[in-house]
Design a protein around this ligand. Structure first.
Ligand code: LRH
Ligand code: MN
Length: 381
């Protein structure tokens, strides 16, 4: 039963994780980095080939701009993967200094809205069902702009995008406490995102980026609450020690990832209605192995969460047996699921050790040799 559920796991990797990334201090280029979205998809297909549970790739526009999105989707299918969420980008254009859809200037708002609507066109072309909306919009100083007026402008843009969505399409609204804005962020927390989505309807849901909360936030509570409301659309998985560090999911706090996956399972969210996406940057570590390790971290947390003895837990909770209930969860968390996952991979026709199998494959040496010259992909358009 647990293996059947794990066999159906679906984790989406982000195209930008295969490109160069860094911090404001430095972006360290790496050998073999893709030069275009086609090569990014080829690398993502490797992650699926060795894990068996990463069949789709999220795109970011314009980082993944191509002449033909139909052709890019065909290329993906030929590689054995699919195009997942389309990520809009209204945070890198000079015009967006004071905001994008919340900008005081109507012409700038129009430009930003046109980009969001263009991303829906790309969804139509690639067959993607999900638009992911993150707004860097905000202010840096009190008085800089009218907090309420910016919410009115945001609501107007979201309504226009919502109206444009076609059959089977939805958008996921992402929140973030701060950065790049350092006073007000216009979508700072789950409550703001939830309120906007509630007003719009079923095609609008919230995405939880695990790096976007104030330190000490109980993220699994947010997950349980949004699931109960039918408003949890997905995750941007990563981990952090301090702020939006975008480190490998589960690397900084594997116990938190386990607690989150347990609430997903309890809330009926372990299925296609919730998008399990990675949103990470491999600033210093090799990128494809970094993605493989990340997918395995989610898989391990999920396996442990699926092993929780739910009946024993419910009984202990009913009896107010605090330590007993906690022990049931800790027993599952402290279970070494690596043998189980090794067996599962073998049953799926995969090498039980994806990291070692990838290292032996020679793929890195191949791309390092082939991808000499050209401009490596990164966060630049
Ligand atoms: C913003 C964010 C958002 C993406 C970007 C790559 O911090 O989490 O999801 O657009 O990272
Ligand atoms: Mn994110």
């Amino acid at each position: 039963m647990v293996k059947d559920l794990l066999r159906r796991q679906h984790i989406e990797t982000p195209s930008w994780a295969y490109g160069n990334s860094g911090t404001r201090f430095k972006v360290f280029a790496q050998q073999g980095v893709p030069r275009d979205p086609y090569e990014k998809l080829a690398d993502a297909a490797q992650v699926h080939a060795f894990t068996g549970i990463a069949p789709t790739v999220a795109l970011h526009i314009p980082w993944d701009r191509v002449d033909s999105y139909e052709d890019l989707a065909r290329h993906a299918r030929a590689l054995g993967v699919g195009i997942g969420a389309i990520n809009s980008n209204v945070f890198q254009d000079d015009d967006y200094k004071l905001g994008s859809v919340t900008h005081p200037d109507q012409a700038v708002r129009r430009k930003a809205l046109d980009h969001l609507l263009h991303c829906v066109d790309i969804m139509d072309a690639t067959g993607s069902a999900t638009l992911k909306l993150w707004f860097s919009d905000g202010t840096n100083y009190p008085g800089q702009d009218d907090i309420r007026a910016r919410q009115d402008r945001l609501a107007f843009a979201l309504e226009r995008v919502y109206e444009r969505l076609g059959e089977g399409q939805r958008f996921l609204l992402e929140y973030k406490l701060f950065e790049p804005a350092f006073y007000v962020t216009d979508v700072p927390d789950w409550g703001t995102a939830y309120a906007h989505c509630l007003r719009l309807g079923d095609k609008a849901q919230v995405v939880v980026d695990t790096g976007h909360h104030a330190p000490g936030t109980n993220i699994e509570f947010i997950v349980a609450f949004l699931l109960r409301e039918g408003k949890l659309g997905g995750f941007d998985f990563n981990s952090r020690f301090y702020a939006d560090d975008d480190l490998m999911v589960g690397a900084a706090d594997p116990f938190q990832l386990f607690r989150i996956m347990f609430e997903v399972i309890c809330g009926g969210g372990y299925g296609p209605q919730v998008a399990f996406m990675l949103d990470q940057c491999h600033n210093i570590e090799p990128k494809i192995p970094g993605q493989i390790r990340s997918v395995m971290n989610v898989q391990e947390a999920t396996a442990k969460a699926l092993l929780v003895d739910r009946d024993a837990l419910a009984a202990a909770q009913r009896e107010g047996d605090v330590l007993g209930a906690n022990a049931v969860l800790m027993d599952a968390y402290n279970t070494d699921v690596r043998p189980l996952l090794g067996e599962l991979r073998a049953e799926m026709g995969l090498d039980p050790d994806p990291m070692a199998a990838y290292a032996r494959s020679g793929y890195f040496e191949k791309i390092a040799a082939e991808r000499a010259g050209g401009t490596q992909s990164g966060w630049g358009a």
